[in-house]
Design a protein around this ligand. Structure first.
Ligand code: BG6
Length: 474
């Protein structure tokens, strides 16, 4: 007997900005991610340390063409269906629906595109799981309003979300508001479109932006429920617990603080109010939050489920600023000497997934949805065309086993959508060679290649996993 419930949602995940391409097609406007090049300037721009408000012709921008999902979605969805997908996570590019972000009327071409995509999923019996904002804020909103530092963003996001809930009603019932909302703190430009002025308190800007996002998230959760009570809305955390590097109380305390930094967002979205430690955090960081009348009331509209990504656990020590750190998923962590790491230095820790799931459920008592997980690795195409990605199968097998253990621990898990089910552009480095997929895409880091799709060994393996509802992991 499988430990996974009968209606368990097996599938995979991508995001518009890393897959679609067609960056100015169908009336789409420029977004933050469209301004982030491949190469040396990528990190400073992503982190908001270097401002780029216009495209530079000498740079290569991976999101502009990506894997051309914009034109090839029918072929891609058919491949996902062949694996037996029950759910497919993708995001809507805000700038396809509202190209500038502050228009009063949506772009009908953008709506038609996603209606078609979701109908295609339905045709194959695949339930879409849709993120409203996966890192890509319309650039006009950044240039004109300073993105989420401005309160006006709440209204723009509300109009955008309402348009989506109405236009895709009956096609989509699972929604996520902001992808990895906590990444705003570590990567302010790619996370929330934030740029800083000389000398200002960055913490103030980030936490004020976070407040605006949290209010916007709660508001649209309420709207989603009003438009259709069958809608289920989740928050989305870049997950993975911090382990104390040692049992030294100072290490334990810093691990607690680091976990709280991340869980702060989910505490609000899941419980409906700021956590008890928030005041102290704000005071220590010199943050004075501007909260308007009615905001705290809106925050009471909590999410239906907790979605999260899990690639790696993290580790904290009291001297973590003294070197010996790596940055998996832009979150700084001390290297854990007990764990192996991927080629990109992300530690491999399936037990950490079980720990993270138990922590989240202990804390929130809401169903969980693991919406990103996987191994970024270089694949080799053999002379006969085969791609034997056993390392990926090993990683996924171990994590699925850990999920099963957590379910047996009593944690309700709605589904599993491993990341980058089709190879796509890596968010951190912009590389194509950091691949996660069951489906190989012929494209390199500089945008060369046929874009042809082919099935990796893991494709056939995952098909079997789904068919057996997680029982056959061999
Ligand atoms: C998460 C993001 O941070 O991790 C994805 O939600 C991202 O957009 C994924 O792609 C993996 O990170 P990377 O840098 O390997 O693509």
């Amino acid at each position: 007997m499988s430990v996974f419930p009968e209606n368990f949602l097996w599938g995979g995940a991508i995001a518009a900005n890393q897959a679609e391409g067609g960056y100015l097609e169908g009336g789409k406007g420029l977004t933050t991610v469209d301004m982030i090049p491949y190469g040396d300037n990528r990190m400073p721009i992503k982190l908001g340390l270097r401002e780029q408000v216009a495209l530079d012709e000498s740079e290569f921008y991976p999101s502009h063409g990506a894997i051309d999902f914009y034109h090839r979605y029918k072929e891609d969805v058919a491949l996902l269906a062949e694996m037996g997908f029950k759910v497919f996570r993708t995001s809507i590019a805000w700038a396809r629906i509202f190209p500038k972000g502050d228009e009063l009327e949506p772009n009908q071409e953008g709506i038609a595109y996603y209606q078609d995509l979701f109908r295609e999923c339905q045709k194959h019996g695949i339930e879409p799981l849709v993120t409203l904002c996966h890192f890509d804020v319309p650039m006009h909103l950044v240039n004109t309003y300073g993105s989420w530092r401005s309160r006006e963003m709440i209204g723009f996001f509300e109009r955008y979300a309402r348009t989506c809930f109405e236009a895709f009603d009956g096609l989509v019932k699972y929604w996520l508001t902001f992808n990895e909302i906590n990444i705003l703190l570590a990567s302010p430009f790619s996370g929330a479109g934030l740029l800083f002025k000389e000398g200002e308190n960055k913490e103030q800007v980030k936490y004020q932006a976070a407040h605006h996002e949290l209010v916007a998230s709660a508001l649209v959760t309420k709207i989603a429920h009003e438009i259709n009570p069958a809608n289920q809305v989740g928050c989305m955390l870049a997950g993975g617990n911090f382990y104390p590097y040692s049992c030294k109380p100072e290490d334990v305390k810093i691990a607690l603080d680091k976990d709280r930094e991340n869980l702060f967002f989910i505490d609000v979205q899941a419980r409906g109010y700021y956590p008890s430690y928030a005041q102290r955090t704000f005071r220590d960081k010199g943050v004075e939050l501007e909260i308007h009348d009615g905001d705290l009331e809106i925050l009471k509209h909590t999410v239906d489920f907790i979605s999260f990504s899990y690639y790696a656990s993290r580790c904290a020590s009291a001297d973590m600023n003294k070197g010996n750190t790596s940055e998996a998923n832009v979150v700084k962590s001390v290297r854990n000497p007990h764990l192996e790491a991927s080629d990109w230095g992300w530690v491999i820790d399936p037990l950490g997934l079980r720990i993270a799931m138990n922590t989240l459920y202990d804390r929130y008592q809401k169903p969980l949805f693991l919406v990103e997980n996987g191994l970024g690795a270089k694949d080799v195409v053999e002379a006969n065309g085969e791609i034997n990605d056993d390392y990926r199968i090993d990683y996924l097998r171990a994590h699925i086993k850990a999920m099963g253990e957590a379910i047996e621990d009593g944690v309700p898990l709605m589904g599993y959508t491993p990341w980058g089910c089709i190879d796509l552009v890596a968010a951190s480095t912009g590389e194509m060679s950091k691949r996660y997929g069951f489906i190989y895409v012929d494209r390199d880091n500089k945008g060369n290649g046929t874009l042809n799709r082919s099935r990796k060994k893991s494709f056939f393996w995952y098909k079997k996993v789904i068919e057996s509802n997680g029982e056959d992991l061999s």
